[in-house]
Design a protein around this ligand. Structure first.
Ligand SMILES: Nc1ncnc2c1ncn2[C@@H]1O[C@H](COP(=O)(O)OP(=O)(O)OP(=O)(O)O)[C@@H](O)[C@H]1O
Ligand SMILES: Nc1ncnc2c1ncn2[C@@H]1O[C@H](COP(=O)(O)OP(=O)(O)OP(=O)(O)O)[C@@H](O)[C@H]1O
Ligand SMILES: [Mg+2]
Ligand SMILES: [Mg+2]
Lengths: 227, 227
């Protein structure tokens, strides 16, 4: 489903003394329905890689083929279509809209597709993450872990083929985190391709494959016991 | 150093069907130099309690004595003085200023006190958290774990008597997280009172005392093995 070749993302490439090679040459293939954990030290390029995978940013160099299509050849409309209909994205810092309630934030991706009863679909995913009793709250009226769960619910409401989750349990206590891990594993069992950045080794071990990054490169790639 | 009696924080108290009893009657005493972990499920009131402890918000009811003074009797100037000089605060969502670099964000609390060489002091704490090579970056040019470490550095630059840290390792991989835990333990060994909200049970176990919250109340309070 996903094929990366020689992928690079370099910030400030034109200013050598402050250039940062955030992603520095990555080759990676991820097939339909896989469950992959991406791990590595703070600052090693995980979120940058996720933004490239999620078509939220363009690489400096290299190629990204998504379901057979070279993503860099898509125009802005086609890219937006892929982003909204095929991919679900959970941001490391949630990125909720401050003036909209939890329910409205979750329902937002449904505006791109014509579904009947968006409020009901949004409410159903909010229930999945244990937050139907916070539906009317603004992000400023939610705890850290509640915001994180709203972000997770929002990523699922369009039933994406590929779910990209950047540290989805980072703000959760272990019990709530367990419930979210179960939810992610169920989605994967039902066919969703799952790519999860995490520093929660308990979560990483439950996925079949772990890719470890260091300094923008793949350092190891295999089953959890080996990586 | 800290004495809470019957402390409450109720959001929308005047609207019974949406009122939230975030802190619902807490009695707690924390002495000088203690190291306390605050744990509990997502949404149980930990961050709200921290905001009250950090004098960033006023309780609905109950009293908070800080080093013998009833905090609710202080006027805004005295409150600001306590907040800036006696207390260091690490926010769950970092709260960095977007238009200032890492170095400027860290140096910010020094503006309230007249220190010579604030840039040097800021650079020294940035070095402590492994980020001196990111001093010139804006928050948008930092990874999640880097932003978290800048927030930690900022909380320390005034050498506070009390450090309140709301999930300080939430965005960090285990190795970087270890380094931060070591830093916090060293500060406590040197006399800083340490109050840490965490769902990282490894960190909680390293502190002498764990206070477990549920639904805005203290459910258990004692050494880690018991709680
Ligand atoms: N401004 C507000 N209005 C209404 N309810 C609020 C407001 N702020 C917080 N809450 C609610 O108060 C409760 C406690 O929030 P708090 O942020 O203290 O939780 P927490 O223990 O820090 O959770 P987490 O572990 O997820 O960070 C939550 O259920 C939240 O929805
Ligand atoms: N706009 C930018 N300009 C310059 N450098 C940047 C920019 N954005 C990110 N970086 C740098 O790129 C590197 C990779 O960042 P990234 O966010 O991908 O790390 P990460 O692996 O997700 O880290 P964490 O685990 O802390 O979230 C970091 O060292 C960061 O400082
Ligand atoms: Mg990241
Ligand atoms: Mg919190």
């Amino acid at each position: 489903a996903i094929q990366l070749e020689g992928l690079e993302k370099i910030y400030h490439e034109d200013q050598p003394n402050i250039a940062v090679r955030a992603v520095n040459g990555i080759d990676l293939t991820i097939n339909h329905g896989e469950a992959v954990a991406i791990v590595g030290p703070s600052g090693c390029g995980k979120s940058t890689l996720m933004q490239l995978l999620g078509c939220l940013d363009r690489p400096t160099r290299g190629s990204y083929r998504l379901e057979g299509q070279n993503v860099s050849r898509l125009d802005d409309d086609e890219l937006a279509h892929v982003r909204n209909r095929r991919i679900g994205f959970v941001f490391q810092s949630f990125n909720l809209l401050a003036r909209y309630s939890a329910l409205e934030n979750v329902a937002l991706p449904l505006m791109y597709s014509s579904v009947d009863n968006p409020a009901q679909r949004a409410r159903a995913v909010l229930e999945r993450v244990g937050l139907v009793n916070r539906a009317g709250h603004l992000p400023s009226e939610l705890s850290g872990g509640q915001k994180q769960r709203v972000a997770i619910a929002r990523s699922l409401v369009n039933q994406p083929a590929i779910l990209l989750a950047d540290e989805p349990t980072g703000a959760l206590d272990s019990r709530t985190g367990e419930e979210i891990i179960q939810l992610l594993l169920e989605l994967n069992a039902a066919g969703t391709t799952l790519i999860v950045v995490t520093h929660d080794l308990a979560l990483a071990r439950k996925l079949k494959r772990v890719v470890r990054l260091r300094d923008g490169k793949v350092e190891a790639d295999g089953p959890p016991e080996q990586v």
